[in-house]
Ligand binder design. Structure first.
Ligand code: G1P
Length: 310
């Protein structure tokens, strides 16, 4: 069955990016010249998705405005002879049908996904966590959809992580079935490294069967008192197969200041207008400057201060 719908979760508080996320929505932080969430929407569209369902929360109206039509702006740009820019702005709002659902509480990722149940209905869908960005953009999700066609089960993206990083992710117990593909025997959310069944961590792309909703409805709060998608997937395992695709290439966690900076630099270096100049600038900068931590402006949350936030 063709996968026609994508769910993108944008309901979190952005705790790992405070204080900017106190009033600015994390999904609207710029990565070069687009907000973070636009990359996920474009990725879904590039993979053939026809309807995007964004799960939002209070105060996230800017996301809707971003993908909405702005006749005034288009008209203004055209009057100024900026036709190419006007066309780009129009493309943004015509890219795909988007609908928004807004759960009344924020009880975790699993709870946010469950909010999309009625709009998804009885069909498979892809789930994108917009913090996670991949080298080659849609290549990972495209590959997952191919694996889905072959295996007809739930598919999740995984990547090996270091021992120190294990307790930040959902971790799978794998059984290899093909090159880069594992059958999932079990999965556990953010275990301590000693209890982890492997070092293969779930990264934010999923192809899910509609049965996940039934499992989510009976999932009790788990790690961090949140309703965890990983716990619901563990329930699904009793009835359905789950496969994991170990992708190659980098993945960036743009939901943290460091990951966001890395993604920004990589994307900017690849940008046709900005890239060459930035490369030259960075080369010179690295030779000239080494910042001791004391030189940071006051108010910057140190790495120590952020520990334990994920
Ligand atoms: C979520 C999932 C986790 C997954 C991670 C990937 O965690 O619960 O299983 O490994 O995304 O980024 P979160 O980042 O919301 O804490």
């Amino acid at each position: 069955m063709k996968v026609r719908k994508a769910v993108i979760t944008a309901a979190g508080w952005g705790i790992r990016f405070l204080p900017i996320t106190k009033s600015q929505r994390k999904e609207m932080l710029p990565l070069v010249d687009k907000p973070l969430i636009q990359y996920s929407v474009e990725e879904a569209v590039a993979c053939g998705v026809e309807l995007v369902i964004i799960v939002t929360a209070q105060g996230k109206g800017a996301i809707e405005d971003h993908f909405d039509r702005s006749f005034e702006l288009e008209h203004f740009l055209e009057r100024k002879g900026e036709n190419k820019l006007a066309e780009e702005i129009r493309r943004l709002s015509n890219m795909v049908d988007i609908c928004y659902v807004r759960p009344k509480e924020r009880l975790g990722l699993g709870h946010a996904v469950l909010a999309a149940k009625r709009v998804v209905g009885e069909e498979p869908f892809v789930l994108l966590l917009p913090d996670d960005l991949f080298e080659g953009q849609e290549a990972v999700l495209r590959q997952m959809l191919e694996i889905y066609q072959r295996y007809q089960g739930n598919i999740i993206a995984v990547k090996r992580v270091s021992k120190e990083e294990i307790n930040r992710y959902g971790i799978i117990e794998p059984r290899k079935v093909a090159e880069h593909v594992y059958q999932v025997i079990n999965l556990v959310e953010k275990p301590q490294p000693e209890q982890a069944p492997s070092d293969l961590a779930i990264m934010g792309r999923y192809v899910l069967m509609p049965e996940i909703f039934e499992a989510l409805e009976s999932t009790l709060p788990g790690k961090n008192q949140e309703i965890q998608l990983t716990d619901a997937l563990a329930q699904v395992l009793q009835k359905q197969a789950i496969y994991a695709y170990e992708f190659e290439g980098e993945r960036y966690d743009a939901g943290t200041p460091l990951g966001w900076l890395e993604a920004t630099i990589v994307l900017a270096l690849g940008h046709p207008d900005i890239g060459p100049k930035l490369r030259e600038y960075l080369g010179g900068l690295l030779q000239r400057i080494t910042y001791p931590e004391e030189a940071l402006p006051s108010g910057v949350i140190s790495r120590e201060g952020r520990k334990g936030l994920k």
